[in-house]
Write a protein that binds this ligand. Sequence first.
Ligand code: 13P
Ligand code: SF4
Length: 304
Amino acid sequence: AERDAELKERLLQLKKERNAIILAHYYQRDEIQEVADFRGDSFLLAQKAAQTEADTIVFCGVHFMGESAKILAPNKTVIIPDERAGCPMADMVNVDGLRRLKEKHPNAKVVTYINSSAEIKAETDICCTSANAVKVIQSVDSDEIIWVPDKNLGHYVQQHTDKKMIIWEGYCNTHDMLTVKDVMEMKAKYPQSEFVVHPECRPDVVALGDFVGSTTAIIKYCKESPCQEFIVGTEDGTGYQLRKDSPDKTFRFASKYLVCPNMKVNNLKKLVNCLEQMKPQIYVPPVVADQARVSLERMLQVSS
Ligand code: 13P
Ligand code: SF4
């Protein structure tokens, strides 16, 4: 604890020296969320990165999030606590495969989940997050959509649009592991609970949800719902904000496997170190960044 106090003090000092803001995704360890200037879902954090006046953005999340921040704020220095924190779903789609799909469906527009690399975003018409996916799809002036990389979110969105979606077969290892059996067992054990679920889960699991939404949407729903107990179908870091907002309510995660190992790679010590050393820094080749920026800025426009 004493070590923690020292680290926090050093962090405050460094933040001032570097004129830095700390952005943390809701899946980060408590010790990181505690010291962040902003906690949020992928959408809010991208928005904050685009708007900040700070010189340095410390992005506590996974690699694609830091990359998106750098693309949206090319003149800022973007650093991350550990460059090994990647997103396996983002790695499931490659540029060659996407180009082949575009050739096969020349009239389709490409809608890409923000969980993707800068190179994929550069091949994209418009990006989205789980908070705005349906709105983004509706905004596209084409009846045919190529959707990458998350098949589960894609399936969820398909239920809310008449457009024809050509869906890539990627998925989130963490959310895709949750099964109907896991949820049914929890529901049987805690029948008073509401089940809140992220659309990165499998379609049959999402179908059981009393509420479906992004991390921010889930957190807001649980805060406002009259219900006192929740079974939570998203990554366990969300517990930090859920309990902070509603200390008297009970939150149980639907499975003990709802932990994203990549999100947990970051910790307070690495956060302080990266600000101290100003590395690892995110670099995106300017040609790629310029193209990718168009698709991210379109998303920000449509959602605001
Ligand atoms: P959101 O916070 O945007 O719901 O994203 C979930 C996620 O899996 C991020 O990696
Ligand atoms: Fe990627 Fe899933 Fe981890 Fe989010 S929770 S970073 S989608 S692996």
